[in-house]
Design a protein around this ligand. Structure first.
Ligand code: C5P
Length: 401
C-alpha cells in the first residue's frame, strides 16, 4: 500500500535515535516512503546500515559526498519530500535550526528547504527546560515548525521530567495527520466517552469523591475527535480543559453521568474511562449535617450507583457497536480484567495496573493490557495521550478490518 507521500527523516544524536528505527517501520506500514539523513552524532547511536535496511534506500550522512551530490544535490534532497521529520531533534539541532547554521548535511537541508518540518525533541530535562532551548523552540514554532513532545518520564540519564522523545506511534500519527489533514479515519462515527471522578453528595456542602484526574478520558475524547469522530465527553469535575472539537457535558454524580451518556446515544463507540463511585449516600441530607455537641457521629447509609458500563453494554437496539471499559487493578491484572469483560458484557477492557508504586492514578503514564475477545494485547508503557492515540488507531483498525 503506497500513499505516494514521502518523508525525509533526520536522525539526530541522542539515545532516542533507536526509536527512529521503529518510526521508519510505522511510517512505511502506512505506505509513506522514508529517506533518512543521519547526523555524525546520530551515527553514534544507530548505524546507517540499519536505517538503510528499514528505509530500503540509501542513507545520507555527508554534506561533501561527491557521489551524493552527483546523484542528488542536497537542495533537491531537502525538497523531494512532502514533510521533513527531525527525530530525535536534539538541543544542538534545534539551536542550529534557530540560528540558521549549515555546517553539516542535516542543518544544511533544514536551512535550504521550504518543506514543512515536524520536530520531535529529545534531550536531558535540564537541557529541555534551559532558557536557550525554550527560546529556540518558541522562535522555531513562530516560524512554522511543528513540534511533537517531548514527553515526561524516566530518562536514560537517570533523571525524571520532560525530555523523552514522543513515542513512535504518536509521531507516526502526527506525520500522517500533517501529510493528509483531511484523513479522518473515524469520520461519520459517533462516540461517547466518560471521564474523571463522580462527586456523590452527603449534604449540600460535602461529597464523596476519588482522585481520578480525567487525563486518560479527556485524551481519548481528543484523540477520537482528531480522528474525525463526533465525540460527546461526559465528565465529572476535573482540572483538565475541555478538549477542542468535543461536545462536553459536565456532571457531578453517577446518575447524572448515566443520563448524560444515554442522551448522547445512539453512538458507534462508547468508552468508559470515568472512575464512577460504586456507592452513594442513600439519602442526601437537605441541610448541612451539624456536629451538635455530644450527639453521635452520623452513620452514612449507602446505596449502589448505576453501573454505566454494564447498563450500556446490555442495551438492546441502542447498544453501541464497540463498548470499551477500563479495569484498574492492583494485582492479577489480566485474569481480573478478563473476568470483568465477561461480567460487564463489554467488547474490550483497557486494563491497567494502578498499584500505588506505578503512579498511574493522576500520573501521566499508563501501561495497558487490552483485553478483547481474542485475548490480551500488552502495550508498552505510554503517556496517557499516547494511549489515547493508540486506542483511536486500534478502533480505526477494528472498524476497517
Ligand atoms: O467495576 P469497576 O468499577 O472496576 O469497573 C470499571 C469500569 O466500569 C470502568 O470502565 C468504569 O468507567 C465503569 N463503571 C461504570 N459505572 C460504574 C462503575 C464502573 O461505568 N458505576
Amino acid at each position: 500500500m503506497s500513499s505516494g507521500k514521502r518523508v525525509l527523516l533526520i536522525v539526530g544524536g541522542g539515545i532516542a535515535a533507536y526509536k527512529a528505527l521503529e518510526l521508519v517501520r510505522l511510517l512505511r506500514k502506512r505506505g509513506i516512503s522514508v529517506r533518512a539523513v543521519l547526523t555524525k552524532a546520530g551515527e553514534e547511536f544507530v548505524t546507517p546500515l540499519s536505517l538503510s535496511a528499514l528505509t530500503e534506500d540509501k542513507v545520507y550522512t555527508d554534506l561533501f559526498s561527491l557521489t551524493d551530490e552527483a546523484e542528488m544535490g542536497h537542495i533537491q534532497l531537502s525538497r523531494s519530500a512532502d514533510l521533513i521529520v527531525v527525530a530525535p531533534a536534539t538541543a544542538d539541532l534545534l539551536a542550529k535550526m534557530r540560528a540558521g547554521l549549515a555546517g553539516d548535511l542535516a542543518s544544511t537541508l533544514l536551512l535550504a528547504t521550504d518543506t514543512p518540518v515536524l520536530a520531535a525533541p529529545a534531550m536531558n530535562v535540564r537541557m529541555w527546560t534551559h532558557a536557550a532551548t525554550q527560546e529556540n523552540v518558541k522562535v522555531l514554532a513562530e516560524r512554522g515548525i511543528s513540534f511533537i513532545g517531548p514527553d515526561e518520564g524516566d530518562m536514560a540519564c537517570g533523571e525524571f521530567g520532560p525530555g523523552r522523545m514522543a513515542e513512535p506511534t504518536a509521531i507516526a500519527e502526527a506525520v500522517a495527520a500533517q501529510l493528509d489533514p483531511a484523513a479522518k479515519p473515524l469520520a461519520g462515527k459517533r462516540a461517547v466517552v466518560t471521564s474523571g471522578p463522580t462527586y456523590e453528595p452527603i449534604d449540600p456542602v460535602r461529597y464523596i469523591a476519588n482522585r481520578s484526574s480525567g487525563k486518560q478520558g479527556h485524551a481519548i475524547a481528543a484523540a477520537l475527535a482528531a480522528a474525525g469522530a463526533e465525540v460527546t465527553l461526559v465528565t465529572g469535575p476535573t482540572r483538565e480543559p475541555d478538549p477542542a472539537g468535543v461536545t462536553v457535558r459536565h456532571i457531578e454524580t453517577a446518575r447524572q453521568m448515566l443520563a448524560g451518556v444515554e442522551a448522547a446515544l445512539p453512538a458507534d463507540i462508547a468508552i468508559f474511562a470515568a472512575a464512577v463511585a460504586d456507592w452513594r449516600v442513600a439519602e442526601e441530607a437537605p441541610q448541612k449535617l451539624k456536629k451538635n455537641g455530644s450527639r453521635e457521629i452520623p452513620a452514612l447509609s449507602m446505596t449502589e450507583n448505576p453501573d454505566i458500563l454494564k447498563t450500556v453494554s446490555g442495551l438492546d437496539g441502542k447498544r453501541p457497536a464497540l463498548v470499551i471499559g477500563f479495569a484498574a487493578e492492583t494485582e492479577n491484572v489480566i485474569p481480573h480484567a478478563t473476568e470483568k469483560r465477561a461480567r460487564k458484557g463489554c467488547d474490550w477492557i483497557m486494563a491497567n495496573d494502578v498499584s500505588p508504586a506505578t503512579g498511574t492514578f493522576g500520573g501521566d503514564a499508563n501501561t495497558i493490557h487490552l483485553i478483547t475477545g481474542d485475548g490480551a494485547e500488552d502495550w508498552p508503557t505510554l503517556t496517557k495521550k499516547e494511549v489515547a492515540v493508540k486506542l483511536a488507531a486500534r478502533i480505526t483498525e477494528h472498524f476497517t478490518a
